[in-house]
Design a protein around this ligand. Structure first.
Ligand SMILES: C[S@@+](CC[C@H](N)C(=O)[O-])C[C@H]1O[C@@H](n2cnc3c(N)ncnc32)[C@H](O)[C@@H]1O
Length: 252
């Protein structure tokens, strides 16, 4: 890790992910069909839209580096932190000569100085926590004024479970917007994405299925996703949202 601040070692090994899970993350990072899944179903395209060439980017909860692989096509000034020592070492190996610096660290206590990054990205990270505030505060601290945080959150009041409770009225969004505002951010965009049902996912992710069938399942899901996003009431009920928040220049 390049010396951008004082490193804090992690003290909570209970959060470390198993080897098996890391292996799964490596597969998710590198299999072409899964790269397409993450880009078009999970919504990584939204993340890519908000990274400029040359940005210094920190990925929080980086796992094996899956979402950083996409970012590394846009900038080579990339850093990743994860609580799991296995994840950080697998990401280092996966990136090879593509660059990238990885460290074992808690997303709520980042080992970087204030204002170090242009972008903080966090894919599949905040949905782990009931209280997102400490993490969003850390994102704000390590970002420069005007820097961007791009992360996803779950809609807990989804269309299916709570009958047409739209995301803009949901507890999930108000909690995130309040936490972001208190940390000195302005939420400038939210973007729904329609993650697949468990059965669809099993089809696309299963290496035992014929590849042609897996691709067919993915293409159908991308089509359904594209249609769903154009129907306002359905769009509002998406289970997963990406959020773009900008750090205010004057966080008064
Ligand atoms: C669902 S995975 C997402 C991995 C990757 N961002 C991706 O999209 O594939 C969540 C990751 O967050 C990490 N994690 C959990 N709690 C953490 C914490 N407090 N600080 C840093 N990383 C954490 C886990 O070890 C895991 O690798």
């Amino acid at each position: 890790m390049r010396a951008l601040g004082t490193a804090h070692r992690m003290t909570d090994p209970d959060h470390a992910v198993s080897d098996q899970r890391v292996q799964r993350q490596v597969r998710n990072a590198t299999e072409p069909i899964l790269q397409v899944y993450y880009r078009y179903i999970f919504g990584d395209w939204f993340l890519a839209e908000h990274i400029d060439p040359g940005d210094r980017v920190l990925d929080v909860g980086t796992g094996a580096g899956r979402s950083l692989l996409q970012t590394s096509d846009l900038t080579d000034d990339i850093y990743g932190v994860d609580l799991s020592p296995e994840a950080a070492s697998v990401a280092t190996a996966l990136f090879g000569d593509r660059g990238g610096q990885f460290a074992v660290a808690d997303g709520g206590r980042l080992p970087f100085r204030d204002g170090t990054f242009d972008v903080v990205q966090a894919a599949g990270f905040l949905p782990h926590f009931s209280d997102v505030s400490p993490y969003i505060e850390e994102f704000a601290r390590v970002l420069r004024p005007g820097g961007r945080a791009v992360f996803n959150v779950k809609n807990e009041d989804t269309f299916v479970r709570h009958k047409l409770k739209p995301f803009h009225e949901s507890r999930s969004l108000s909690r995130v917007v309040e936490a972001a505002d208190a940390a000195g951010f302005e939420v400038v965009a939210v973007e729904p994405t329609f993650v697949m049902s468990r059965k669809q996912k099993m089809l696309v992710f299963s290496q035992r299925m014929p590849m042609a069938l897996r691709w067919a399942g993915l293409v159908v899901s991308i089509f359904i996703n594209a249609v769903a996003r154009r129907i306002p009431r359905v769009r509002d009920g998406a289970a997963l949202y990406w959020v773009l928040a900008e750090k205010r220049a004057d966080p008064a």
